[in-house]
Design a protein around this ligand. Structure first.
Ligand code: 5AD
Ligand code: FES
Length: 347
């Protein structure tokens, strides 16, 4: 099995059968070997730097009904909220003073935020913070809408593909959402010129190792600049309330594989990873991740932006998370940097 990791390290690719074998036969010793290689690649590309992204969760209204997600339309118990443009700009100001140079505007697919409103918000942030990167993440839109946001100053887009198996996609989403549409959006975003992030949940219901192999092959084909992966965690108000959560162990293993597949990818150690294990994000960094995304949303909002149960940091202020992350990363020999943290191909 170690020779498969060596091959992945040297060539950044395996055959589908080899990915499957590697994932199936993983064990603690093999994982440690993988993480050593993943760290070597990560350090070669980015040193011990960790990029921070200030996450602003601006709306939890959503027209979709994904079976896994706590802010799905049918969860009538979710307390809905929207931030105003002024509140969003205030988050950016607080974030800027804390050293953030990327703002991530994330929200559900909320019809209230028309293209016109989003363009206005994006251009205002760009005017007030010209040295910052704006990442947006609010789901599936038309090519024209994506283009309008890009022209307004958004440079990066996060849209997880969730699973690259059409069958599995159909078991996680209602019929109104399809994998083809999701992939089309990702290709549109790339064509427009965004730095694009895809990704998936680890251990989502009905996921098999074959699904994960498909995810890896799709990632290799798309060549995204960012890949967001984290464990699935059940939310009590969804159809998946009683499903099991994904594991730390498999998430870390996949982080290591993805680092070797795309050596210069921007790879976050996600909040979900920090939720299933107290040292999850640190372990993610040690498995090859190089990004963390502390929350900049006002406290009132973050207590309502609940995609899954027991989400961490919902009671902390932006500054607390910022310094908490710094300490956590220092404790493992890494450092938070004040920088936009673009993908290498965009510098
Ligand atoms: N557990 C873990 N991650 C989730 N997401 C949504 N619901 C859950 C959940 N229950 C992830 C999805 C989505 C991202 C914003 O959050 O992958 O793309
Ligand atoms: Fe939020 Fe530690 S990162 S409290």
């Amino acid at each position: 099995m170690k020779q498969l990791i060596d091959k992945l390290y040297e060539t950044s690719a395996l055959t589908p059968a080899e990915y499957k074998e590697l994932i199936e036969h993983r064990n603690p010793e093999l994982s440690e070997y993988l993480f050593e290689k993943a760290r070597a690649v990560r350090i070669k590309n980015y040193g011990h730097d960790v990029y921070i992204r200030g996450l602003i969760e601006f709306s939890n209204y959503c027209r979709n009904d994904c079976y896994y997600c706590g802010i799905r339309r049918s969860n009538h118990k979710a307390e809905r909220y929207r931030l105003t443009k002024e509140q969003i700009l205030e988050c950016c100001l607080i974030g800027y003073d804390l050293g953030f140079r990327t703002f991530v505007l994330q929200g559900g697919e909320d019809g209230f935020f028309t293209d016109e409103k989003m363009v206005d918000i994006i251009s205002s942030i760009k005017t007030d913070f010209p040295d910052c990167a704006i990442t947006i993440s609010f789901g599936e839109k038309s090519y024209e809408s994506y283009k309008a946001f890009f022209d307004a100053g958004a440079e990066r887009y996060l849209l997880r593909h969730e699973t690259a198996s059409a069958d599995h996609y159909g078991r996680l989403h209602p019929k109104s959402l399809t994998l083809d549409k999701r992939k089309q959006c990702l290709y549109d975003l790339k064509e427009i010129g965004y730095q694009v992030g895809c990704g998936f949940m680890v251990g989502s219901p009905y996921q098999t190792i074959d699904c994960l192999v498909e995810d890896l092959l799709f990632i290799k084909e798309l060549k995204p600049h960012m890949v967001g992966i984290g464990p699935f965690i059940p939310h009590h108000g969804t159809p998946f309330a009683d499903k099991e959560a994904g594991t730390l162990e498999l998430t870390l293993f996949l982080l290591g594989i993805i680092r070797l597949m795309l050596p210069s990818v921007l790879l976050p150690a996600t909040t979900a990873l920090g939720t299933i294990h107290p040292k999850g994000r640190e372990l993610g960094i040690l498995a090859g991740a190089n990004v963390v995304m502390p929350n900049l949303s006002p406290k009132s909002a973050r207590q309502k932006y609940l995609l899954y149960d027991n989400k961490i940091c919902t009671g902390d202020e932006a500054a607390e998370c910022r310094y908490c992350m710094e300490k956590r990363l220092e404790s493992i020999g890494y450092k938070v940097v004040v920088a936009r943290g673009d993908h290498k191909s965009f510098k």
